[in-house]
Design a binder for this molecule. Structure first.
Ligand SMILES: [Fe+2]
Ligand SMILES: [Fe+2]
Length: 373
């Protein structure tokens, strides 16, 4: 089901324009440039070193902060990549969001990490040299170019970054609460960015459901920019995360919830899941994606709905499709019970076949689906 080009109806364009206008008018609690430098309390991270969890050395901790510093300092690089694509695909709404909201917002995110690393004893010259190198590096944006590709990339990248700042805040909280506050402040901005990108993807997919394979492509081809810009640190994330207390189940659930939010309903989420399976040519249960797709296509909406529900069930989000028992009227319950039972059995069977591996920031591919052995 490949499509040749990116297209959205005029009405969708108008709605995206309105959305960006609203974001511009109400960007939330933006961080003011210089806000962190003006903090009353000087940041001192030396006390944190004594409270590091098992498995994290001082060098690891510095690497964790440097990864945040270096990926955040390349805002202009990502901004230019998004701007170029917005122009190429004639998506002024995306260009406007990028230039007027996202870039100015992101520009403030690396400074606190520079301050923290200075307080650990790193020299300004050394840090600034590393920053300059990353800013001048040649960044190749992975995961597709159309506006729906880049906004899907945005959902995953912003969410994983949100998570990263949160994990850092947890490490800092006990011994350096003022530094934890800075990380949390940034984390909250990333949460907003995630939600904005989710809404942009939702509008595009609603306007043109044929864009779904693009969403799948972006998820499958996802790569954290750190893989290119700071590979020496990014490659250690998978080792660091468990010691930092990362909850992989929660991360998976959160990401699925955001993606499902962008899809709008279980059937569309099911179509996306199928699209991912086809894109990666992986089997779901005993059959190849092509065979499964043919079978589900015969069932139409209900078949895809079942797939979408199975994904939600798999990550513990079944409340998102299950009606509250009090709200079902009796006659309907009587009539639907046998059907619902069969459906629930099938759904749980499919759910068991879905092996979700959400890429940690180190891994590539945000979402992989494969057969349970
Ligand atoms: Fe950021
Ligand atoms: Fe962000």
């Amino acid at each position: 089901m490949r499509i040749a080009s990116y297209h959205i109806p005029h009405e969708t364009e108008r709605r995206l324009d309105t959305l960006v206008g609203r974001i511009e008018a109400h960007p939330g609690d933006m961080i003011a440039p210089g806000e962190f430098e003006a903090a009353q309390q000087p940041v001192d991270l030396r006390a944190v070193l004594k409270t590091l969890p098992d498995g994290l050395s001082e060098t690891d901790f510095a690497g964790i902060l440097k990864l945040a510093l270096l990926t955040e300092c390349a805002t202009e690089t990502y901004g230019a990549a998004f701007r170029e694509r917005a122009v190429r695909f004639e998506a002024p709404w995306l260009g406007r969001f990028n230039d007027r909201v996202w870039v100015p917002d992101e520009l403030t995110h690396h400074t606190p990490y520079r301050t923290m690393l200075l307080s650990m004893g790193f020299s300004a010259a050394e840090l600034d040299r590393a920053i300059r190198e990353v800013q001048q590096a040649n960044y190749i944006h992975a995961g597709g170019d159309s506006p729906v590709h880049v906004t899907t990339f945005g959902i995953v990248q912003e969410y994983l970054t949100d998570n990263w700042h949160g994990l850092i805040a947890d490490l800092l909280r006990r011994a350096a609460p003022e530094a934890a506050y800075m990380a949390t402040r940034i984390k909250r901005r990333e949460t907003l960015h995630t939600v904005w990108y989710r809404d942009m993807v939702a509008l595009q997919v609603e306007g043109n459901p044929r864009l779904l394979p693009f969403v799948a492509e972006a998820l499958v081809g996802f790569q954290m920019p750190g893989n290119q810009l700071a590979p020496q640190f990014q490659s250690q994330v998978a080792r660091w995360m468990p010691s930092m207390g990362a909850d992989f189940e929660r991360i998976t659930r959160d990401l699925v919830r955001y993606i499902h939010g962008a899809m709008g309903d279980a059937a569309t989420t099911g179509r996306l899941l199928m699209s991912i399976a086809t894109e990666k040519d992986i089997t779901l249960g005993p059959v190849s994606p092509r065979v499964l797709e043919a079978a589900v296509n015969r069932l139409g909406g209900p078949g895809y709905g079942l797939l979408g529900e199975a994904l939600l069930e798999r990550v513990g989000l079944s409340y998102m499709f299950r009606a509250h028992p009090d709200r079902q009227d009796r006659a309907y319950a009587l009539y639907s019970r046998p059907y619902e039972r069969v459906r629930a059995l099938l759904r749980s069977w499919v759910a068991r076949q879905i092996d979700l591996r959400i890429g940690t920031p180190a891994a590539s591919g945000a979402l992989s689906v494969s057969a349970d052995a």
